[in-house]
Write a protein that binds this ligand. Structure first.
Ligand SMILES: NC(=O)c1ccc[n+]([C@@H]2O[C@H](COP(=O)([O-])OP(=O)(O)OC[C@H]3O[C@@H](n4cnc5c(N)ncnc54)[C@H](O)[C@@H]3O)[C@@H](O)[C@H]2O)c1
Length: 318
């Protein structure tokens, strides 16, 4: 297979590139290194990396014309500055449109997208959230430039008529993950900074479980439309923290402070994976402790120079 991966130097995209290359497929990555890392892609005869933004239609068209991909994984997304709506709209909306137009021109037979569960808004109306849950609206607002632009992009993907699968994801974690609570805990704990956790729960999906499902989608499994990738179980942020200190071999003098959640914070976000389990014959297998151990090993070996968030104030959230 020839697979073009946007955002292929990022966390999820680079794991997919590795798996496709290991299986003998050819991969082209387009990435502008906003939040991706060069060392996430290991040189390989089957890999070509194009540095640039998907907002540049000429660059996108050239990459497609030269490589002629059969399948596309659209993992690029902008989110690191919540006030930079222009960048989010350029990358997430216009960039997606450029990738869609080129995919249509080249008759791409499968188009995979990764959607944030923020598409259901900050106050989901049910737990676990099913695929019937409405997209964000007045009752459950999107609340961020990231959620708005990612959801606009998802609508264009449906409009394109392409054979798409939009995977709406739980919180992904694992080696190379630089957003969310885990890299923040690692950074603070290894630099002797105090930590606290919020009294909330989240559904955490290990990256290799996630990519196992995407590989099935690329080999033709699944129907055009929407799926969740999640475990369907939630863990408290404190459990995540405790597993992190265990993996680091740290013993704290007293238990981490658990702070009550803010009025706007959701107690739990659980994503129902039942349709994915049935259609892909798939389920998440990695125990949280094992996944965290692997992530910590990567942080220790490669180091974290920067962490990223789409949240306005990370300190308030975890
Ligand atoms: N990690 C999660 O928990 C999670 C949850 C829901 C959805 N997603 C989605 O999954 C996808 C991958 O996320 P990730 O966690 O790997 O994040 P990531 O930041 O590691 O990867 C995104 C990649 O896109 C690149 N990029 C950004 N703007 C670009 C542009 N204009 N042109 C080319 N490349 C660009 C970045 O440099 C980065 O390498 C994203 O679309 C994200 O919205 C992730």
């Amino acid at each position: 297979m020839k697979v073009l991966i946007t955002g292929g130097a990022g966390f999820i995209g680079s794991h997919l590139a590795d798996e496709l290359l290991a299986a003998g497929h050819q991969v082209v990555v387009i990435d502008n290194y906003q939040t991706g890392r060069r060392d996430n892609n290991t040189p390989n005869a089957g890999l070509k990396v194009v540095e640039g933004t998907i907002a540049d239609a000429a660059l996108v068209n050239k990459a497609f014309d030269e490589f002629k991909p059969e399948k596309v994984v659209h993992a690029a997304a902008s989110y690191k500055d919540p006030e930079n709506w222009e960048e989010d709209a350029m990358s997430n909306v216009l960039g997606t449109i450029n990738i869609l137009r080129a995919s249509k021109k080249h008759n791409v037979s499968r188009f995979v997208y990764f959607q944030t569960s923020l598409c259901y808004g900050l106050k989901p109306l049910e737990q676990p959230i099913t695929l019937n849950h409405p997209l964000f609206s007045g009752k459950s607002p999107g609340g961020s430039s990231y959620a708005i632009s990612k959801t606009g992009a998802e609508q264009y993907i449906e409009l394109s008529g392409l054979n798409f699968i939009s995977f709406r994801l739980a919180n992904a974690y694992g080696p190379r993950n630089l957003s969310g609570p885990l890299p923040t805990f690692f950074q603070r704990l290894t630099t002797n900074k105090a930590c606290f956790v919020m009294d909330t729960r989240r559904d955490f999906i290990y990256v290799k479980d996630l990519t196992a499902c995407v590989m099935k989608a690329l080999s033709g499994k699944g129907m055009r439309g929407y799926y969740h990738i999640s475990t369907g179980s939630d863990y408290s942020i404190k459990q995540l923290f405790d597993a992190t200190i265990k993996a680091l071999g740290i013993k704290l003098e007293k238990d981490v402070e658990v702070r009550p959640r803010g009025v706007d914070d959701v107690f739990t976000i659980l994503i129902d994976p039942s349709k994915t389990k049935a259609d892909f014959d798939w389920e998440a297998k990695t125990p949280l402790e094992d996944g965290i151990k692997n992530a910590i090993e990567w942080y220790k070996k490669f180091g974290i120079t920067q962490t990223f968030t789409h949240l306005k104030n990370l300190e308030e959230k975890h």
